[in-house]
Design a binder for this molecule. Structure first.
Ligand code: ZN
Length: 310
């Protein structure tokens, strides 16, 4: 279905190994990660294809394009990690398309090499992979994952062609294995803008990964085959307030670009601790061990050890 594996004379071959669609040195906040290595840059790479079928895909130019190895330049794991070092990246990120899963064999090599060089390893993923694939990545050195929780059953299966439960199981497994996890829900009209569904997601997070799990509720824009209008800001604000009332401490509104929606504010004393706006970020009042500088409340912000505090 994803178009990244072929049967050649009876054996399964990958078409995505080192077949990269784009490489960019991005702020880690762009993935988004807000509580992992803030203020650093990750050399970010994507490939082609996807194992979900969302009609509103925001990256459809690469995800709906099957890989064609002959038309793209091969990049070795060594060359990629070397590029990260040369460009001054503090880590790497497998992102853009569903490359975390679909470029797995290449990622495993990259993760091992990156870790040897002191770089961190992250993926941005729909989380729809087997436990075996996930364990391979964790063993190779996966440090952090941002996972989509796309909505609720049965709509997710109907609209995106994936089952929700394996995604949720992978999220809890990552946490148990010490992987830093942030969650993202693209609030799509007609799929995941229903407040009862959003409340289900927030409750699941609270019960399974805890109140300090960052949850990004992001604005959708019409794309690919989906023509519903852009998510109204009111719906995003309502979702954030609902989740905060339930007890989630760090809920962020993404893809809007208005001041205040992406900041970390201490849930206990109200101090502005970390300021962010459109991928620029500034440590205002967070201690080196990730707590509020005013009251000491644990904000669960994990600074990269090699990063100087602002
Ligand atoms: Zn505080």
């Amino acid at each position: 279905m994803c178009g990244t594996r072929v049967n050649i004379e009876g054996s399964v071959k990958t078409l995505t190994y080192g077949n990269v669609s784009s490489v960019n040195n991005n702020p880690i906040e762009k993935k988004p990660f807000f509580h992992f290595a803030p203020g650093t840059k990750a050399l970010t790479v994507g490939s082609w294809g996807c194992n979900a079928s969302c009609p509103f895909c925001q990256n459809f130019d690469i995800s709906k394009q099957p890989p064609t190895p002959g038309l793209t330049e091969y990049m070795s794991p060594e060359a990629f990690v070397e590029m990260a070092t040369k460009r001054g990246s503090e880590g790497i990120s497998i992102s853009f398309s569903e490359a975390g899963t679909l470029m797995l064999e290449w990622n495993l090599e990259v993760f091992r090499l990156a870790r040897e060089r002191g770089l961190y390893n992250t993926i941005v993923t729909n989380g729809y992979m087997t436990p075996e694939a996930l364990d391979l990545m964790i063993d190779a050195g996966l440090d952090a994952a941002n996972v989509d929780v796309k909505g609720c059953e049965p709509l997710v299966r109907k609209v995106c062609g994936i089952h929700l439960q394996p995604v949720l199981d992978n999220i809890t497994h990552m946490r148990e294995q010490g992987v830093h996890v942030e969650l993202t829900t693209l609030v799509v009209p007609g799929l995941s803008d229903d407040m009862a569904c959003l409340e289900n997601i927030a409750s699941w997070i609270l019960e399974n990964t805890g109140e300090k799990t960052p949850w990004h509720v992001n604005r959708y824009f019409p794309a690919y085959e989906y023509t519903e209008p852009t998510t109204p800001l009111d719906v995003l604000l309502q979702a954030r307030d609902m989740a905060r009332d339930l007890g989630l401490e760090f809920v962020y509104i993404g893809n809007v670009g208005k001041r205040g929606l992406e900041d970390t504010v201490c849930p206990v004393c109200g101090t502005l601790c970390y300021e962010r706006l459109q991928f620029r970020s500034r440590n205002v009042a967070t201690t080196p061990d990730g707590a509020c500088a005013s009251c000491g409340h644990d904000l669960a912000i994990h600074f990269n050890l090699s990063t100087e505090l602002a």
